[in-house]
Design a protein around this ligand. Structure first.
Ligand SMILES: NC(=O)c1ccc[n+]([C@@H]2O[C@H](COP(=O)([O-])OP(=O)(O)OC[C@H]3O[C@@H](n4cnc5c(N)ncnc54)[C@H](OP(=O)(O)O)[C@@H]3O)[C@@H](O)[C@H]2O)c1
Length: 253
C-alpha cells in the first residue's frame, strides 16, 4: 500500500456494496468500522476479516437513529474516510407510493446521509484530511418509472454532496457521490422478485427486462463500485470534489 493507513467508517457495511467497500479498504490496509442494523451478517464479516488479517470493527448502528450515529462516531472515530452506503430501495408506481414510503426513503437515503456527514466531515476539516463518499445511484441524477420515493431521496443525497463539497472546497477534504446502475446485490434480487411477482414473469425474464434498460448489458459488480469508492478515497483523488461518478456503462452519457 502506498497510502498511509486511514480510519474508515462504512455504513451498510455488512452486505452488498458496503461489504465490498469494507473488503477493498481493509485489503488496502485501512482500519474499517462496518456498521449495519443486524448483528449476524456483521459477525460473519468479522470472522472473514479475522481470517484475512483485515482490521475490521463491526458495529450495530441504524443510520436513521441520530443518537446511535453520534455514539458510534464518538466511540470509534474520528474517521478519515466515511462511506455513506446504507440505503433503502422499493419501487412502486406513483399512485401506490405513500407519503410514508417517501419519508422512509428520505430517512435512510437522505437524512441518514446528512446525519453521518454532519457528524464526521467537520472533524475531517479540523484534522486536515478527509474523504466522504456517498453511494447514491443513477437515480440520483436521472428519473425512472416507479421510483419516485427512491429517486427523490437519491437526488437529495447528491444535493447534499454538492453542497458539502462546496463548503470543503479548497481544503484537503473532498465529498463525492458514486452513482451505479443496478448492482448484483440482495437489493437487486428483491427488486427482481418484486418485478416477477407483479408482472407474472419468471425471475430470468424479469432480469432480462431490467437489463434491457441498462447500457452495460449486465449488472455492475459490488467490487466495481468498491474500486471506484477506493479511488475517490485515495490521495490521488484530491482534485475530485463534488462529483457524481456514474457507473452505468454509458447509459446516461
Ligand atoms: N443494488 C443496486 O442495484 C444499487 C444501485 C445503485 C445504488 N445502490 C445503493 O447502494 C447502497 C447499498 O445497496 P446494496 O445493493 O448493497 O444493498 P443491500 O444489499 O440491501 O445491503 C444494504 C446494507 O445496508 C444496511 N442497512 C440498511 N438499512 C440500514 C440502516 N437504516 N442503517 C444502517 N445500515 C442499514 C444493510 O444491513 P442491515 O439490513 O443489517 O441494516 C446492508 O448491510 C444503497 O444506498 C443503495 O441505494 C444500490
Amino acid at each position: 500500500m502506498t497510502e498511509p493507513p486511514r480510519r474508515a467508517l462504512v455504513t451498510g457495511g455488512s452486505r452488498g456494496i458496503g461489504r465490498a467497500v469494507v473488503a477493498h479498504l481493509a485489503g488496502d490496509g485501512h482500519a474499517v468500522v462496518a456498521a449495519a442494523r443486524s448483528q449476524d451478517p456483521l459477525d460473519r464479516l468479522a470472522e472473514e476479516a479475522t481470517a484475512r488479517g483485515w482490521q475490521v470493527t463491526p458495529s450495530v448502528c441504524d443510520v436513521t437513529d441520530e443518537d446511535a450515529v453520534h455514539d458510534l462516531v464518538a466511540r470509534e472515530g474520528p474517521f478519515d474516510i466515511v462511506v455513506a452506503n446504507a440505503g433503502l430501495a422499493r419501487s412502486a408506481p406513483l399512485e401506490r407510493t405513500s407519503r410514508a414510503d417517501l419519508e422512509a426513503h428520505l430517512a435512510v437515503n437522505a437524512v441518514g446521509v446528512f446525519t453521518l456527514l454532519r457528524t464526521t466531515v467537520p472533524a475531517m476539516r479540523e484534522r486536515g484530511w478527509g474523504r466522504a463518499v456517498v453511494i447514491a445511484s443513477t437515480a440520483g441524477v436521472t428519473g425512472a418509472p416507479y421510483t419516485s420515493a427512491y429517486t427523490a431521496s437519491k437526488h437529495a443525497a447528491v444535493g447534499l454532496v454538492r453542497a458539502i463539497s462546496s463548503e470543503v472546497a479548497g481544503t484537503p477534504v473532498t465529498a463525492n457521490a458514486v452513482c451505479p446502475t443496478f448492482v448484483d446485490t440482495d437489493l437487486t434480487t428483491v427488486t427482481l422478485e418484486r418485478i416477477a411477482a407483479t408482472t407474472g414473469r419468471t425471475l430470468d425474464e424479469a432480469r432480462d427486462a431490467l437489463l434491457a434498460r441498462v447500457a452495460l448489458g449486465r449488472l455492475v459488480t459490488p467490487a466495481e463500485v468498491a474500486a471506484a469508492v477506493a479511488y475517490l478515497c485515495s490521495d490521488l483523488a484530491a482534485p475530485i470534489n463534488g462529483q457524481t461518478l456514474i457507473l452505468d456503462g454509458g447509459g446516461s452519457s
